[in-house]
Each structure stands twice: as C-alpha cells, then as structure tokens.
Design a protein around this ligand. Structure first.
Ligand code: 13P
Ligand code: SF4
Length: 324
C-alpha cells in the first residue's frame, strides 16, 4: 500500500502545459523530492532531463538505492513495477500507464503457472522483462547484462526454466553451454530486424562494426561483432577503436552513443517493415509532456498487491545479490 504523506492533487487534473517544460519539471522535482529514472529507449528530451539513464539492471539498482520520495519512471510498465516492488512506500509514477512490453505480454501468468507445474524440478530464472506475477513465480530474476553470469552461478546439475525471452535464452545457452528449458516469448522490436537488410547495410558500410542486443534472433546475432545489454553496447562503442557502428537494438540508445563518443557514427539496423528504424511503440508512448503532467497530477501511479510484491521481491533481491 502507498503510505506517503505527500499532498496529492485532488479533483480535476491539470492538463495545461507550461511554456518551459524543462524548467517546470525541474521545479516539480524539488517540490516532490522526486528522481527521474529513464531507460535508453526513451525520447532524447526525456533522457536529457533524467537524473539517471540506464539499462534494466542499472535502473533496478538505482531504484533500490534512491532516497527520493517519488520515482518518476520513464520506461515501461514492468520497469516501474520493479521500482515499486523495491519501494512499496514511495510513489512510483509512469507517465503513460499503457507503456507495456510485448515480451512481458508473451508470458501470461496462468499459462506460465501450468508450464512451471509440469517441470517442478526446474529452477525458474526469469528475465526482468516480465510482469510482477511472473516474477512472483520465479526463483531468480536476471537482465540482459547479468543473465549469462547468473546462469553460470547455478549448479550444473540443476535443470533451469528460462523465461520469457527465447532469444536471450538461446544466447545464454550458447554462452554457457547449458541446456535451458525456454519459454517461447519474444520482443517485437528485436525480432523485427531483417538479416537480409543488415547484410546489405554491412556491404554498404564495410568499415562499420555490428553491435547487437541479445534479444535479437540468432540470424541477426551471428553477424554481430559484439553482443550486449544497452549499457554494454554503449560502453563498447565508446571504447572501440572503430568509428562507425550498425546498431541492432532500439534506436533511442543512439542519442547517448552520439553524446558520449566524439565524431563516431551510428546507423540503426533496418527492420523488416518499410520504416527506417525500429522504435519500441511502448517505450515511445512516454513524452516529456506526459512526464510533466504525471508529476503535476501525481498520477498514473503504479500499484501492486502486497502478496504479489513480497513474492516478486525475493527473486529480484537474489539477482541484486548475485550481480554485485
Ligand atoms: P536492457 O535494458 O537490459 O539492455 O534491455 C533492453 C530492453 O529491451 C528493455 O526493454
Ligand atoms: Fe519490451 Fe521489446 Fe519494447 Fe523492450 S524493446 S520494452 S522488450 S517491447
């Protein structure tokens, strides 16, 4: 239950926007003692106003350590939910409550409970991109930056269910040599990259390195010079002696890549559709305007039943302990 004593906006909601959104958000940040956490897939202007930008692991760590009273989560629902699981007494705001995730949706709790019941000797390792209900049924949570390391820490003779992303699961299997029982979920953004167009792009830019997120399909990953989480891709681009990269993940990350490297160039990997890039339709539901309004109106707020929260907290804490 939310127990903050912060004054709440009652009655009608503010819909007017101030002329200077950046200044208004900064002043609301002081007023609410709020922290703005943003994923790399957010619009550039949201990234620019955030107190912390990161991948799912970095954002979870920040959420577990913050002293703020209010967490404004510029990301998708499962991320804000994770922040709420870690901070039951804080107000956690998500600028657009419809910002879901195709991967989380690809693992419905009832079907997963049945799957788990059929494999009772298995330990359940779930990718953080899942609902609180799935987390509550899991033994350990992982993210794309620690999945390989976490699976390596589990005794070799222990059978493992890996959910919900089959592509990250296949990548972990290849890296660890372990046989994982995979839930067949996937991300609509990362499964939409075209291998054919990627190969064509590489022919046009032979000097460019291909860097890819492990949520991509094996057909794309096999062309990658480097595979990693969004933070790992950013670090790689900064440290690589190469100056041009084809980026096979959501193109929001390119904003930070351009900011943190000097004169390097980044080309979004092409999707199968006729669009030029592959933006996540869920992540991009958040806008700077909605972020301001969520702070002003103190809604939409993430809520979660205490029973599910406590059950979901345990595997998240286990992940944080195993990835120190
Ligand atoms: P990371 O934040 O772990 O890189 O994962 C990317 C993603 O798809 C988040 O939705
Ligand atoms: Fe979900 Fe994929 Fe969007 Fe990440 S990029 S939030 S996994 S749909």
């Amino acid at each position: 239950m939310f127990t903050s004593t912060l004054p709440r906006q009652n009655g009608s909601q503010v819909t007017d926007l101030p002329e200077d959104l950046f200044a208004a958000i900064q002043s609301l940040k002081q007023e609410l003692n709020a922290v703005i956490l943003a994923h790399y897939y957010q619009d550039p202007d949201i990234q620019d106003i955030a107190d912390y930008i990161g991948d799912s692991l970095g954002l979870s760590r920040q959420a577990s350590q913050t002293n703020a009273d209010v967490i404004v989560f510029a990301g998708v629902h499962f991320m804000a939910e994770t922040a709420k699981i870690l901070n039951p007494d804080k107000l956690v705001l998500l600028p657009d409550l419809n910002a879901g995730c195709s991967l989380a949706e690809s693992c419905p709790p009832d079907a997963f409970a049945q799957f788990k019941a059929e494999h009772q000797d298995h330990l359940v390792v779930s990718y953080i991109n899942c609902t609180a209900e799935i987390k509550a049924m899991s033994d350990i949570i992982c993210t794309s930056s620690n999945a390989v390391d976490i699976v390596r820490q589990i005794p070799e003779d222990q059978p493992i269910i890996f959910a919900p992303d089959r592509n990250l699961g296949r990548y972990v299997m290849a890296e660890t040599g372990r046989d994982l029982l995979l839930w067949q979920g996937a991300c609509l953004v990362h499964e939409n990259f075209s291998e054919k167009k990627l190969v064509q792009l590489k022919i046009e830019h032979p000097e460019a390195e291909i860097i890819a997120h492990p949520e991509c399909e094996p057909a794309v990953l096999r062309h990658a010079d480097y595979i990693g989480s969004t933070t790992a891709l950013l670090r790689y681009a900064k440290n690589s002696p190469k100056s041009s990269f084809i980026v096979a993940t959501e193109p929001g990350i390119i904003h930070q890549m351009e900011k943190e490297t000097q004169g390097k160039s980044f080309i979004p990997a092409p999707p199968m559709s006729s669009c030029a890039c592959n933006e996540c339709p869920h992540m991009r539901l958040n806008t700077l305007e909605k972020l301001y309004l969520s702070m002003k109106n103190r809604t939409p707020e993430i809520t979660i039943s205490e029973e599910v929260r406590i059950a979901a907290l345990r595997p998240i804490q286990r992940m944080l302990e195993m990835s120190k």
